[in-house]
Design a protein around this ligand. Structure first.
Ligand SMILES: [Zn+2]
Length: 357
């Protein structure tokens, strides 16, 4: 699609070039025709590539010397959401016969194929490089890419090494108060306290979610902390999209088993507006977990007296993973494979909640 004027200019150029090819760089004639040479440099380059001469190329390309040995990204992106793909494209200036190779610096975060198709996985920052071995040496270019998390998940490992009997309001503006952190239960057979179990599972869930491209806010990372249920909710509220509270159950009868998910009712005076989404979240996480781990489900249960739930400003669920007062379930919940199945199931449920699967 050349305009008439330019077409004429190129016609004239054919003669100019013929003359130039005998003249060497620096010929006054070529310099005088600088404008026309620039317009047609692509064509001139193509004509001479076959005989490969860098020098000839340079003569015709004129001011294009510098770009002869470079790679230019013609399609790239600086931000991609985890789990998405993006087709990178680059052009090799000068030696068009060389093949461009693609590479990422952190293969745990993303993979790129030989054609530049990037598939992102984990959230983080990577560098995408394109390189080629040309007749004039190796050339490379790279671009920094931020892989954004799919969503931000707050996880709270219920309880802590030492209970805190001081009280706090059970919800914003509430006159009713409850202990800041209750003691939790203990495995009837393993004697493992609930706070140790919840942290072990929380850490596994964090790893699993990060591998799936989520960002995780782990509210407590060790057992020896003192963070009230209200404060935990406030940490979750800062940036997260959903709030997962992990607990284990206890009952007077040792025969009671199964997992449940606790969510606020629509009538909850503090978080009633979050009831619907919290129920959906509870249902997704609980059903996927029970399916994956083979746990009996006791269903989603309304609870409006939970401080950590009532202070939440994001969809929230409290997962009671099983009964520590039942010997078999107590033993099972300490099993590494069983914990892995539970967290894979919970992560499946989170994917399902957000519509990722
Ligand atoms: Zn608990």
């Amino acid at each position: 699609m050349l305009k008439a004027g330019l077409r004429n200019a190129i016609k004239g150029l054919a003669i100019t070039l013929a003359v130039c090819s005998f003249a060497v760089t620096g010929s006054p004639l070529c310099e005088a025709e600088g404008q026309a040479v620039v317009e047609a440099k692509g064509q001139a380059a193509v004509q001479t590539v076959g005989n490969s001469q860098g020098a000839v190329l340079k003569t015709y390309a004129g001011e294009n010397d510098a770009s002869q040995n470079t790679i230019v990204f013609t399609k790239s992106s600086k931000k991609i959401t985890a789990g998405r793909s993006f087709q990178f494209e680059a052009e090799l200036m000068g030696d068009s016969s060389a093949k461009i190779s693609w590479k990422v610096d952190k293969t745990k975060y993303a993979a790129i194929d030989e054609n530049g198709l990037l598939k992102t996985q984990r959230a983080g920052t990577i560098r995408v490089s394109a390189s080629a071995d040309t007749a004039n040496g190796a050339v490379a270019a790279s671009v920094k890419v931020k892989i954004k998390p799919k969503k931000i998940i707050a996880i709270d490992a219920g309880h802590q090494a030492r209970a805190n009997g001081n009280t706090e309001p059970v919800g914003p503006g509430a006159s009713t108060r409850k202990a800041k952190v209750a003691g939790g239960t203990t495995g009837v057979y393993t004697r493992v306290p609930e706070y140790k179990l919840t942290l072990a599972v929380a850490k596994k869930l964090e790893t699993e979610l990060k591998e799936r491209g989520y960002k995780v806010v782990q509210i407590r990372k060790k057992n020896n902390v003192n963070i009230s249920n209200k404060e935990r909710a406030e940490i979750a509220n800062e940036n997260s999209d959903i709030y997962i509270r992990l607990h284990a159950d206890a009952a007077g009868s040792s025969s009671v088993t199964g997992a449940s998910a606790l969510y606020p009712s629509a009538r909850n005076r503090y978080v009633g507006s979050l009831s619907k989404k919290s129920k959906k979240l509870s249902d997704c996480v609980l059903s996927s977990m029970c399916k994956k781990a083979g746990t009996k489900s006791r269903g989603c249960i309304v609870r409006d007296d939970l401080t950590g739930t009532n202070w939440s400003k994001i969809p929230v669920t409290l997962i009671e993973m099983g009964f520590m007062t039942n010997k078999q379930e107590d033993i099972k919940m300490q099993d590494d494979d069983y914990q892995n199945s539970m967290v894979k199931g919970m992560a499946n449920g989170i994917d399902k909640y957000f519509g990722y699967k």
